[in-house]
Design a protein around this ligand. Structure first.
Ligand SMILES: N[C@@H](CCC(=O)N[C@@H](CS)C(=O)NCC(=O)O)C(=O)O
Length: 221
């Protein structure tokens, strides 16, 4: 049985959670509260970087959410969630990387920085730029790179569906709004949907973790 170390509020863990559900893979969940339990020796032995998600499958440990998604796709290929046609595959990878490297860090800034700061305004602009780029990549397809759900939808969806909780209205981006409705119709997405209270709890946890990491960096840890 596959073991999945996660927290339901963690966007990186949610990528894996949704993929497990979409593929119908049986798993045992181990919940981390991220209140210090991620730096306990037992967990550090699994991931020295003290991050969820982690999976252990048939005794094989995988860290890093995108590596986990590739592992799951390869080991559990049905339903296929990664197109093979070169342009479609590149589109999926672009969506994953742009979400992880451009969009998500700006979402964290929006949560962490105060609303009247220049960093906050800058984060909003960068989010707008990323969303417009993603709309271009979606084109006229139902999902990123395909007419069926792909790993790109999983990665982008976990971030984009949370934007209305941060005051970013998806109706300003009609194509993404229609796409997000398609995602929300799916049982796996309904099952894992975050409530407004869940999102507030996530914001509180982000603020604590960002403060902690910045303190560690300034101490040169
Ligand atoms: N690049 C990693 C990032 C994982 C990550 O940052 N996880 C966060 C939760 S979303 C975490 O475990 N934070 C705990 C900490 O920083 O102590 C991945 O994609 O899996």
């Amino acid at each position: 049985m596959l073991t999945f170390y996660y927290n339901p509020l963690s966007p990186n863990a949610r990528r894996v959670w949704l993929t497990l559900l979409e593929k119908g893979i049986a798993f045992e969940g181990v919940l981390l509260k991220l209140d210090g339990d991620q730096s306990q020796p037992e967990f550090l032995a699994l991931n020295p970087f003290q991050h969820i998600p982690v999976i252990v499958d048939d005794g094989f440990r995988v860290v890093e959410s995108l590596a986990i998604l590739d592992y799951l796709e390869s080991k559990y290929p049905t339903p296929a969630m990664l197109p093979t046609e070169p342009q479609a595959l590149a589109t999926v990878r672009m969506v994953q990387m742009v979400t992880a490297n451009e969009l998500f860090p700006q979402v964290i800034s929006l949560i962490y920085e105060s609303e009247d700061s220049s960093q906050f305004a800058q984060a909003k602009q960068q989010i707008d730029k990323a969303l417009k780029f993603l709309i271009e990549l979606l084109g006229d397809r139902n999902f990123f790179g395909n007419e069926q759900l792909t790993l790109a939808d999983i990665v982008a969806g976990t971030v984009i569906l949370s934007l209305p909780n941060l005051g970013i209205n998806l109706s300003d981006y009609p194509k993404l709004s229609e796409w997000s409705e398609r995602l929300l119709q799916r049982p796996a997405w309904q099952k894992t949907k975050m409530s407004a209270e869940d999102f507030e709890a996530f914001k509180r946890r982000v603020k604590i973790l960002v403060k902690l990491r910045r303190r560690e960096i300034s101490k040169g840890k």
